[in-house]
Design a protein. Structure first.
Length: 320
């Protein structure tokens, strides 16, 4: 991604300053001045500064990275990994939910059911997809997709990136909690393999509803929690400004989730986060998905259900 199109996080200010200096020198070089060595030196310095920053991110910094608007979204993974994708709309009860997108396609030549939250990448698309916050009809659509996948013996892939289920009055009136619970139950009851990947934010029941899978993968700088740091701060201290303190205490990072046995694998991101090289991250994700499904390939329906059930029963009983 060109530097002028990249947005920097607050803690990346030293890198932003170096990149800006490189841009200035490149503009000067375009006039005929030979400063190639100087540009190379500062580029190396910027790359090293970025690597140093991302070697030891705090949970709050990881939260900011997980929310970066330029991280690859559901639609990017579909374009990069799934062919012949056919989205299905509606829950056959109320209507269509644009925040949770799902359908059927082919992954490396084999049929697959794919669902996930789409946040959007522009003002118009973010409003259309409700910033990735699904309403009850989104989770009921997910149940419909899973039931179809079960009927035809098609594995299920969930790509998770949401700040949580939509908390609006209408959503609550239409049974948001019940819809999330039924979607979670549908995940647990599947007799076909299901794999879930937390690519950015995996917040509350809005994420769990489609993340209850045989294999749960997580991007290196993603976060996964029952509540956002801001909401936890408001509850604990009646002060939403203490989100950073809450994040540092909540154990929400991929490394925490792996240690507690909540997830199975961490997918390493490019230096500086997935948003700095989306194509490489999508390729890495494709390899991980294939490996996860291959590990479940020879299990029958009962064995798949047992494996999934045992995985979740063991969470918290031992440290990985």
């Amino acid at each position: 991604m060109p530097d002028h199109m990249r947005s920097y996080l607050d803690f990346e200010k030293p890198v932003a300053e170096l990149d800006s200096k490189v841009d200035e020198l490149r503009a000067l070089a375009a006039t005929g001045t030979d400063i190639t060595d100087e540009i190379g030196r500062i580029e190396d310095k910027a790359a090293q500064a970025l690597a140093d920053l991302y070697t030891n991110l705090s949970p709050w910094q990881k939260t900011l990275v997980a929310r970066h608007p330029q991280r690859p979204h559901f639609s990017d993974f579909i374009k990069g990994l799934v062919t012949e994708f056919t989205p299905l709309a509606g829950d056959r009860k109320f209507g269509e939910d644009e925040a949770l997108v799902g359908g059927f396609g082919r992954f490396r030549g084999e049929s697959i059911c794919v669902m996930g939250q789409e946040k959007g990448d522009s003002t118009e698309s973010r409003i259309k997809h409700n910033f990735g916050m699904a309403r009850p009809e989104g989770y009921r659509k997910a149940v419909r997709l899973m039931e179809m996948a079960e009927r035809f013996g098609i594995p299920v892939l969930s790509i998770v990136d949401s700040a949580g289920a939509y908390p609006g009055i209408g959503a609550e009136e239409r049974g948001q909690a019940e819809a999330i619970a039924r979607s979670t139950d549908a995940c647990l009851a599947l007799g076909v393999p299901n794999v879930a990947i937390v690519t950015g934010e995996g917040m509350s029941g809005g994420a769990i509803a489609i993340t209850t899978a045989n294999k749960v993968l997580m991007f290196e700088h993603a976060i996964y929690s029952v509540i956002s740091p801001e909401a936890a701060s408001s509850i604990l201290w009646r002060d939403g400004t203490k989100a950073q303190e809450a994040a540092n205490s909540m154990k929400i990072t991929a490394q925490d989730m792996l240690r507690f046995g909540v997830i199975d694998t961490i997918l390493k991101e490019p230096v500086g986060g997935a948003h700095r090289d989306p194509a490489a991250m999508i390729a890495t994700t494709g390899e991980a998905i294939e490996q996860a499904f291959n590990e479940l390939r020879n299990l029958d329906a009962d064995a798949i259900r047992r494996q999934r059930r045992q995985k979740f029963l063991e969470i918290g009983r031992k440290l990985a």
